[in-house]
Design a protein around this ligand. Structure first.
Ligand code: LLP
Length: 453
């Protein structure tokens, strides 16, 4: 056994913190999700394939809706950028969430799913006039104003539609949060929103208040992603509440709503330990209540936009192993490169952010000694890595299926056609049944983009 190697049993185990709630090995050792054998999914739908555990996703949506309502939220929006399809739009709204859309495309999916406009919120730092008009025409509940230009654009679209559009102003509060750490600065050097310092937000509020086709509902702040505790929200809430207080003092405008964005983290590895949903909600609610009491302002209704935390843990990717290549390193060490039939085109997060994932042999159980592997894709780049360091059984063979956990968020939604590779399909499983959420792309789909001559 290589030094530091985990036991065969550990390499075979499916930790419930990381894998979907209905993902287990059956009596013969094959991975099943909601009672469906992953080998059957691979055979019927091809690989790579994303598998969504519907009941898991729905239960997380329900937990967020309940916990954050309990903590003072009037609305919890699912951040569609994490992953969106009409099925997912229906599930999350049936479980009590609204949807945060950040483009005309995401809006179109929500519309096709029949999500009522009042359950939608639209984001974007450069919404096109078409996107704004589509949102206004569909009577979306909130548009988040991200720049001075946008005030006039949204006002004009609303006036044209004969509508008064509710808006929020996005404030950048100088907090960048990630897992346990956050950085707090006076200004944020980034493209979103208006700085909470220096009067830009106050000026936006002044301009909005003069426009009859807009109604200002409140402020918005989003501090980052994959956040494990409430400490970053503490600073953000203090700064937005101070802003709300200044707006009230200077302009007599009382803001009804404070949207604190998304970013609630999930476990990708069994060592990841994000705060429990209800605890995080309660802590944020308490923080805002205290800040408002200190500032002497009424506590506004809260709103949130979790994306990853709803869909991330509910999804896995199933790949087929193609080639296995031991590569000798210095000092006589060997690293085994396991190539799968996807890669950076279906999961860019490892290459882009250095993200870590958990991978398991899925088509069978094995008690062979673990070997240190790097799971890589089939693309023409050495950075095409799915899991940088993984222990897998040493009897791994071409044709075996591997499953990567917690790929429900920001994998299919950030997928590309690099190397003209069709993007994988997405299936959902529930009570032993499989349904297509998105079919796999075909090369003909891609060829169809070219004009026919
Ligand atoms: N609200 C706003 C305004 C956002 O910008 C985002 C994410 C969310 C909500 C949802 O954040 P979540 O709860 O999913 O963390 N592609 C990156 C994440 C980018 C997130 C961008 N904004 C990743 O794969 O980690």
């Amino acid at each position: 056994m290589a030094s530091g190697a985990p036991s065969p049993a550990a390499v075979d185990a499916l930790d419930s913190r990381v894998w979907p709630r209905n993902c287990v090995r059956d009596a013969s050792g094959v991975m099943t999700v909601a009672g469906v054998d992953v080998r059957d999914i691979a055979r019927d739908f091809g690989t790579p394939v994303f598998v969504l555990d519907e009941q898991d996703l729905r239960s997380r949506a329900r937990e967020y809706a309940l916990a954050y309502r309990e903590a003072g939220a009037s609305m919890v929006f699912y951040a569609a950028k994490a992953f969106l399809s009409t099925a997912v739009a229906r599930w999350v709204t049936e479980e009590g969430l609204g949807i945060d859309v950040a483009s005309g495309g995401e809006l179109a999916v929500a519309m096709r799913a029949g999500v009522p406009g009042e359950l939608l919120l639209m984001h974007g730092n450069n919404k096109s006039e078409e996107e704004i008009a589509a949102a206004v025409d569909y009577s979306v509940g909130r548009i988040v104003i991200d720049s001075f230009e946008e005030i006039a654009r949204v006002a004009q679209a609303a006036a044209k539609a004969g509508r008064v559009q509710p808006v929020l102003v996005r404030a950048t509060v100088g907090v960048e949060a990630h897992t346990h750490e956050f950085i707090a600065t006076a200004h944020e050097d980034q493209k979103f929103g208006l700085s909470a310092q220096g009067g830009a937000v106050e000026e936006a509020v002044r301009r909005i208040a003069k426009l009859p086709s807009l109604t200002l509902v409140g402020l918005h702040s989003h501090i980052g992603s994959q956040i494990f505790d409430a400490s970053g929200f503490q600073i953000a809430a203090a700064r937005v509440v101070a802003l709300a207080q200044r707006i009230y003092d200077e302009q007599g405008i009382e803001l009804e709503e404070l949207n604190l964005g998304g970013g609630m983290g999930i476990a990708y590895l069994d060592s990841d330990d994000p705060l429990d949903v209800a605890d995080m909600a309660m802590q944020i609610g308490d923080i805002v209540a205290k800040e408002c009491a200190d500032a002497g302002i009424t506590v506004p209704a809260l709103a949130f936009e979790p994306g990853r935390a709803i869909v991330g843990p509910a999804g896995i990717t199933v790949y087929e192993v193609g080639t296995i290549k031991p590569v000798e390193l210095d000092h006589g060490l060997v690293r085994t490169y396991v190539s799968v039939d996807g890669g950076m085109s279906d999961n860019i997060r490892t290459a882009l952010y250095g993200a870590d994932y958990t991978v398991r042999l899925a088509s069978r159980s094995s008690m062979a000694e673990p070997m240190l592997c790097r799971v890589v894709g089939k693309h023409c780049e050495s950075g095409d890595v799915v899991v940088r360091d993984a222990w897998l059984p040493s009897d791994l063979a071409p044709g075996d299926l591997l499953a990567v956990a917690a790929t429900g968020a920001y994998c299919r939604s950030m997928a590309s056609n690099y190397n003209f590779v069709p993007r994988p399909g997405v299936v959902s499983v529930k009570g032993g049944d499989v349904s297509t959420v998105l079919r796999r792309e075909t090369i003909d789909d891609l060829l169809g983009l070219e004009p026919t001559t």
